[in-house]
Design a protein around this ligand. Structure first.
Ligand code: CP
Length: 325
């Protein structure tokens, strides 16, 4: 079954959100526009709208997370949903309960949505295939496959600073091979019409067939960063590396770390992004991460509005109360 078949209903609306790959531009634009409507909720005295009142959302994070889990929880609460944060390390999976049995038990508690992060690529699809028909799955990151809400919050952040996707040159730098974030970003950038998406990194950290991703590959930062509008830095995903793919972190920083000197090769008004967690002095210089071109913390803030948008689109089915304002 194709990705888009499982995540869209018969009317073409989002039923799950598992991957950006295969989704059409109007769906992505709808997410960005809906997030724009939600972006002021966090600045009000009462940071709540009643859109998902009565819905129950369970966060199932099998891998560590700071930003994604917290902003999903905040987003759900700002939509007035009830939220359960499962502590997987103290759940009965440690006593031998299977994932499917855990799902069945959460279904029996009348949950409406599971937000899932898992170390295995395909885990979110597995959940989507096996849950009861009334339950939606949102992928909070699966292995090195996809992190679709991160991809969309990055597009939202880019659009805030550079409204015309069709006029952009974007560079994604670092460990492309293991990055679910990079895959989601690249699918979104291509679908939204960015004419030149570059990836920059050592040969050992670039996928074997980069052409299939629709990107231009560079191994030299001087060439790859020249005249780009957006620089997206990535963390080295040590936990997914098998064998020695890098000489040393010092050597990596010298060659691929984003210093002020290297950033000067991009356009003067280029923005610097990073999905986090950042490793200062490994992929980015502190002066750049905290500097005037950095929008790294804006990405975090925007994650709430984008996750509100995705959850409301998936759960706000016809007949439900629609009050985003
Ligand atoms: N960007 C991101 O996924 O961060 P966390 O791992 O902290 O959720």
């Amino acid at each position: 079954m194709k990705n888009q078949d499982i995540q869209l209903d018969s009317q073409g609306r989002l039923r799950h959100f598992l991957t950006i790959e295969g989704l059409k531009k109007p769906v992505l634009t709808d997410i960005l526009d809906t997030a724009e409507n939600f972006s002021t909720v966090g600045t009000r005295n009462v940071k709540k709208v009643p859109l998902l009142r009565g819905k129950t959302i369970a966060n199932l994070f099998f891998e560590p997370s700071t930003r994604t889990r917290t902003t999903f929880e905040l987003a759900a609460k700002r939509l007035s949903a009830d939220v359960i944060n499962m502590n997987i390390s103290t759940s009965s999976t440690t006593k031998g309960e299977t994932l499917l049995d855990m799902l069945r038990n959460l279904e029996a508690m009348h949950c409406d949505m599971f937000v899932v992060r898992h170390g295995s690529s395909g885990a979110a699809h597995f959940f989507a295939k096996h849950v009861a028909p009334h339950i939606s799955i949102i992928n909070g990151g699966d292995g090195s496959h996809a992190h679709p809400t991160q991809g969309m919050l990055d597009m939202f952040t880019i659009r805030r600073h550079k409204p015309d996707f069709t006029a952009l040159r974007v560079a994604v730098v670092g460990d492309i091979l293991h990055s679910r974030v990079a895959r989601s970003q690249i699918h979104a950038l291509n679908t939204l019409g960015v004419p030149e998406v570059r990836v920059i990194g050592p040969r050992t950290l670039i996928p074997a067939e980069p052409d299939s991703l629709g990107v231009h590959v560079y191994h030299d930062m001087k060439e790859g960063l020249k005249d780009v509008d957006v620089v997206i830095m990535l963390r080295l995903q040590r936990e997914r590396m098998q064998g020695a793919l890098l000489p040393s972190e010092n050597e990596y920083y010298r060659t691929y770390g984003l210093s002020r000197e290297k950033l000067a090769l991009a356009k003067p008004d280029a923005i610097v992004m990073h999905p986090g967690p950042i490793n200062r002095g490994v992929e980015i210089e502190s002066a750049v991460a905290d500097g005037p071109q950095s929008v790294i913390l804006e990405q975090v803030t925007n994650g709430i509005a984008v996750r509100m948008a995705v959850m409301s689109m998936v759960l706000g089915r016809p007949g439900d109360e629609q009050e985003a304002g």
